[in-house]
Design a protein around this ligand. Structure first.
Ligand code: PRP
Ligand code: MG
Length: 179
């Protein structure tokens, strides 16, 4: 098992004062543009998916789609998009959640998750945990089980991991990098 931490870290660009003053944005586009780093990330998350016995991968719009879809393929699993409200054409389940200012809502096609499913949620960043928490609630409300949550990076200082504890209910949270 090789340590890919250094490789991944070297391909994430810090962008100061984006999208607003005082925020350091973690830009993953250099990582996506490097096929070796992107493959290493995909392999690591696919290995986690297999380890937790996932049957489906849920990706969170938008950056969770980029990471989650190749993970699903690599692990031989189906991919289910959780989208921002209003985008999915079929019968959906929705889950609202609070943002720093205001609120947001995500949706999933109800028929894409079944009671037999064990779902791994994939996203790029765990920040406050609001988005991930809403997705876990959505998966349970769809009748499926939560197999785990996997992110490329966790912003440790925002305390998302602690916030997610009740919603994870014992399911593992794996972050490849803590920044
Ligand atoms: C970002 C990031 C995570 C989420 C983390 O998504 O990709 O999905 O915020 O924040 P939280 O833990 O505080 O909920 P965002 O909705 O900004 O944009 P995206 O569509 O580019 O993924
Ligand atoms: Mg996102």
């Amino acid at each position: 098992l090789t340590d890919i931490t250094g490789l991944l870290l070297s391909r994430i660009r810090d962008v100061p004062d984006h999208p607003e003053p005082g925020v350091v944005f973690k830009d993953i586009t250099p990582l996506l543009a490097d096929p070796v780093a992107f493959a290493a990330l995909t392999d690591a998350l696919a290995e986690f998916a297999e380890g937790v016995g996932a049957t489906k991968v849920v990706g969170l719009e938008a950056r969770g789609f980029i990471l989650g879809a190749p993970v699903a393929l690599r692990a031989g699993l189906g991919f289910v998009p959780v989208r921002k409200a209003g985008k999915l054409p079929g019968a959906t389940l929705g889950q609202a959640y609070d943002l720093e200012y205001g609120s947001a809502e995500i949706e999933v096609h109800a028929e894409d998750l079944t009671p037999g499913d064990r779902v791994l949620v994939v996203d790029d960043v765990l920040a406050t945990g609001g988005t991930a928490e809403a997705s876990l609630r959505l998966i349970r409300r769809a009748g499926a089980q939560v197999a785990g949550l996997a992110v490329l990076m966790e912003l440790g200082f925002l305390g998302g991991r602690a916030k997610l504890e009740p919603a994870l209910a014992g399911a593992p949270l794996r972050s490849l990098l803590t920044v």
